[in-house]
Design a protein around this ligand. Structure first.
Ligand code: FES
Ligand code: FES
Length: 916
């Protein structure tokens, strides 16, 4: 009930709102006052995305009833901009690359504003305390902390921005993320939109039917429609692979996992919010769930998908040499069984968007990593041609692989198509966590054999990956893991196999690394075992076996160039020695705290495994002299908008500021493939360079100038200069080349050269690989089992750092997710479906991170660049686990290495030592 207007000041201006007194400030700011800068990541006080200032102090706006705001002053991110100018804090965020996806940025800015108002020169500890309530999943926090500490220290001189490639320029699309004007999936919808809410299974495995809908419809006049599987116009199946479309939009009488949608309620916003799930007439018959890999493989286990008897979705393998003979010859053999858990992406932006019917087409504005795949999938589901579907990606508040699968798209599209009205949907945090994919839990048995001088002879590896209820990206994981399982080392005999296994657990899919991080935990632990048994320094053992240029991988691929692992290890060596010395000195003092240093390596094939994964990019020059990059590569925070612009600027020979961007819209851009597998810089960057080169050549031809001519675009006037001459080009006399009004269009296409793998996994799965290695320093409380990471030194061979700030940001973010994988993250379906029970690293968990950027140029890459997203994460968890072992002697074989597990492993070692 509304009790009359509530008056308060919002960003220094008096406002009055009429709302129920218990409505939350965050909701009122967004829905009633249109201040979309305040984000809702959890609606429960856990993430801090909604942080605003109330009378100058930070509060979570999702927890504050609007009645408590009466007569007070509220400041949101929109209020930081004064007279059209960014605040010094916003400027520092921009300069330091402190915003990646930007969804946490308003909350971070407000928390920091509160601190700086009270303490203009805070210490780092004070910054960590002030930001402790705001979660960020992208940045690893370090650049945010740097930015806050930099405020008040004056602006450094502007960075050189020519040439653009290699310059640490701020994001070209960064300002809206800092001002609250960026539009994420939940931030816009057409007037008159209906709201959709899915009704989902509370059971892991069940049959169901629907009862009588009449009472519900009679009670709620605002309930416009209920959608079920019967309303799907095309095929009620989707999935990543053409032969693996096993997931229904709405279940058909049978659910295979908790969180699966059975129907959707569509109606007026208040009505949909008012209906409780218990009122929906679903009649459940729970079935015994198949929980975990063992249950799925047990004799007599139910078959979850008819096409996959025995619940084995797919198998992968790589076989070369005689591993049994090599193991017999080995002077040192290490082996072990390793287990990992489901890991939640925990992007701070839950899935959201809307659909509307426009003529005989459907338009979907949605948070996504893969607009073209979405377009084709939605077309199949709606029974339309792909050209009838337009995907307009919103800004993406984090993805990490989790937004590569369809979420709300087919539901809102079906509803909008059938009802002829726009329909919007925003997942709640528990809904997002219960219904979307996770990192595959793995159980890995691995064995490594080496000669007495530390040459690796053989690797045997088998990994079972729990792919959950539906295939999603399970086949990708099963294919990628065997190729990477032996690590970035020369190993003459390899037998690596993998399986993706269906269960009734949550669906697993793509998550930064596609199974490689899990495999690295196993192999990098065994490398330390071998080092210990042979008495060889762990770094030097890795160096001795590292792949290098000219080496042949286990798939038989000769690496012709750009193999920077040894350079990474060379860069780490002094840090490794120093930190080991410091840890050993620390450990000479008695007490429960023990320090240790660990090292691990990683590698990552860029792009799809042995599959075509092309990208097409276009760049246009209009009659008015305006340059537009039509960029189909969705920027999910990693910075591809900036990277593509930098590449095009240098390839065309113009400043970054001359290039306008159109991103992601399937009507306006060409297919640049998905933002995954660390491929956009390498693949789409190469296509963008070729597009710009093509446009440059067209301009030079028009000016009749050779390839060294200098192109410039000033005030809409295009000129080409060569020594002694300047040629102006009259663009207005050229015919229009596209619907956007361009008169010249350059197009670039790049598909990395790969080959199919044969039955033994031999071939060229990737055109290039990125390499990384990290050293971790940890402190373990041997009584409590707690682990604190004190420092990470991260080296990464990225080919060429197109933008060093963004490369560092990716490394920091990868380290943060690797730390979470190692120490704290475990998703348990039905138990950890919120950001209170599911822990991700906070600002206080991240140690200082030193980055060493190695640039071994990749000839196929744009200006020599490869990729960094996934390689940044892979070595972190094994380096931390190896550091725990160095500190305590305890070898952790199961992650996360929670205090109880660490403590148990330490006790086991103590018992073993006592018995010896
Ligand atoms: S939305 Fe308020 S704390 Fe997460
Ligand atoms: S930049 Fe912080 S969540 Fe993405």
């Amino acid at each position: 009930m509304n009790a009359g207007p509530i008056y308060f000041r919002l960003n220094r201006t008096p406002v009055a709102v009429t709302a129920e007194p218990i409505r939350r400030l965050a909701e009122v700011l967004r829905d009633e006052l249109g201040r979309m800068g305040t984000k809702i990541g959890c609606d429960a006080g856990d993430c801090g995305a909604c942080t605003v200032l109330l009378d100058g102090r930070q509060v979570c706006a999702c927890l504050v009833p609007i009645a408590q705001v009466a007569g007070r002053a509220v400041t949101t991110v929109e209020g930081l901009v004064q007279d059209g100018r960014l605040s010094p804090l916003q400027e520092a965020f921009h300069r330091h690359g402190a915003a990646q996806c930007g969804i946490c940025t308003p909350g971070m800015l407000m928390a920091a504003t509160d601190l700086l108002a009270r303490n203009p020169t805070p210490s780092e500890t004070e910054v960590l305390d002030a930001l402790g309530g705001v979660l960020c999943r992208c940045t690893g926090y370090r650049k945010i902390v740097e930015a806050v500490l930099a405020v008040g220290k004056g602006n450094p001189p502007p960075l050189p921005i020519t040439p653009a490639v290699g310059a640490a320029i701020p994001k070209v699309d960064g300002i809206p993320k800092l001002t609250g004007t960026e539009r994420y999936g939940a931030d816009e919808w057409p007037d008159g939109s209906l709201v959709l809410r899915a009704v989902r299974s509370p059971h892991h495995h069940a049959r169901f039917s629907f009862g009588d809908w009449t009472p519900l419809k009679a009670k709620y006049a605002g309930l416009v429609a209920v959608l079920t599987a019967a309303d799907i116009r095309g095929q009620n199946r989707f999935g990543i692979y053409p032969s693996g479309k096993d997931q229904p939009v709405f279940a058909e009488g049978y659910v295979r996992c908790r969180g699966e949608a059975v129907c959707a309620l569509v109606g007026e916003p208040q009505t949909i919010a008012a209906i409780r799930d218990e009122e929906v007439p679903v009649i459940w018959q729970p079935l015994p769930p198949i929980a975990g890999i063992d249950a799925a493989l047990a004799p007599g286990a139910a078959t979850l998908h008819r096409a996959s008897p025995g619940n084995i979705l797919i198998e992968g393998r790589l076989i070369t040499g005689d591993t049994d003979a090599a193991m017999r010859d080995a002077a040192a053999v290490a082996e072990g069984v390793f287990e990992t858990a489901f890991v939640e992406h925990a992007y701070i932006e839950p899935e959201a968007g809307y659909a509307r019917k426009v003529g005989d087409r459907i338009e979907i504005f949605v948070t996504t990593q893969t607009p073209y795949m979405d377009r084709d999938e939605v077309a199949l589901i709606l029974g339309l041609q792909p050209q009838q579907v337009r995907i307009i990606p919103s800004a993406v508040g984090g993805g990490f692989g989790g937004k590569l699968d369809l979420s709300l798209h087919p539901m809102v599209a079906t509803a909008a198509w059938l009802l002829g009205r726009p329909v919007r949907c925003a997942y709640t945090r528990p809904e997002s966590m219960a219904s979307t994919t996770k990192r595959h839990p793995a159980r890995i048995a691995a064995k490594l054999g080496a000669t007495k001088d530390g040459r690796f002879l053989a690797v045997q590896f088998h990994g079972d990956f729990n792919t959950g209820a539906y295939a999603s990206w399970g086949p990708t994981v099963a294919a990628r893991v065997p190729v990477h399982a032996m690590g970035p080392y020369c190993v003459p005999a390899v037998r690596c196999t993998s399986r993706a296994i269906y269960t009734n657990d949550t669906t697993a899919g793509a998550f930064r690394g596609f199974g490689v991080p899990q495999a690295a935990i196993a192999i990098e632990s065994l490398v330390d075992d071998v080092a210990e048994s042979l008495g060889i320094d762990p770094l030097e053992l890795r160096y001795r076996n590292a792949l290098e240029t000219g080496a042949v991988t286990s798939t038989g691929q000769r690496l012709e160039a750009s193999v920077g692992l040894r350079a990474c290890l060379d860069g780490l060596r002094p840090h490794w020695r120093r930190l080991k010395g410091e840890a050993e000195a620390f450990n000479r003092t008695a007490g429960p705290l023990r320090r240790g240093v660990g090292i691990a390596c990683g590698w990552y094939g860029i792009g799809n495994t042995s599959l075509s994964n092309p990208s097409t990019m276009r760049i246009g020059l209009s009659a008015e002299g305006s340059i537009t990059l039509y960029n189909g590569a969705v920027d999910i925070g990693q910075g591809s908008n900036t990277i593509m612009t930098q590449i095009c600027a240098d390839a065309l020979g113009v400043p970054v500021s001359a290039i306008h961007l159109v991103s992601g819209d399937t009507d306006l851009t060409a297919d640049a493939g998905k933002t995954s597998a660390s491929r956009q810089t390498f693949v789409s960057g190469a296509a963008a360079r070729l597009a710009a080169v093509s446009l440059r050549q067209q301009i030079l031809r028009l000016a009749n100038v050779g390839e060294h001519g200098r192109v410039s675009v000033v005030d809409g006037r295009v000129t080409v200069t060569e020594p002694g001459h300047e040629h102006a080009i009259d663009l207005r006399r050229l015919p229009q080349a596209n619907a956007q009004g361009d008169v010249l269009v350059g197009e670039g296409y790049f598909d990395p050269p790969t080959t199919k793998l044969d039955e033994h996994g031999q071939g060229v799965p990737y055109a290039t690989y990125s390499f990384s290695a990290q050293v971790a320093l940890v402190e373990v409380d041997s009584e409590l089992g707690t682990t604190k990471v004190l420092r990470i030194v991260a080296a990464a061979d990225v080919g060429r750092a197109i933008n060093p700030t963004q490369v560092e940001g990716q490394i920091h973010g990868g380290v943060a997710q690797g730390l979470g994988l190692a120490l704290m993250e475990e998703y348990i379906p039905g138990r950890t479906e919120n950001l209170h029970d599911y822990l991700i690293p906070t600002v206080g968990d991240l140690p200082p991170i030193d980055t060493l950027i190695i640039e071994e140029r990749e000839p196929l890459g744009p200006f020599g660049a490869k990729g960094i997203g996934e390689p940044a994460l892979i070595p972190t968890a094994p380096a931390i686990l190896n550091a725990i072992r160095h500190a305590t002697g305890a070898r952790l074989t199961r992650v996360p290495a929670t205090p109880d597990r660490v403590r148990a492993a330490i006790r086991a070692i103590e018992r073993q030592r006592a018995a010896e």
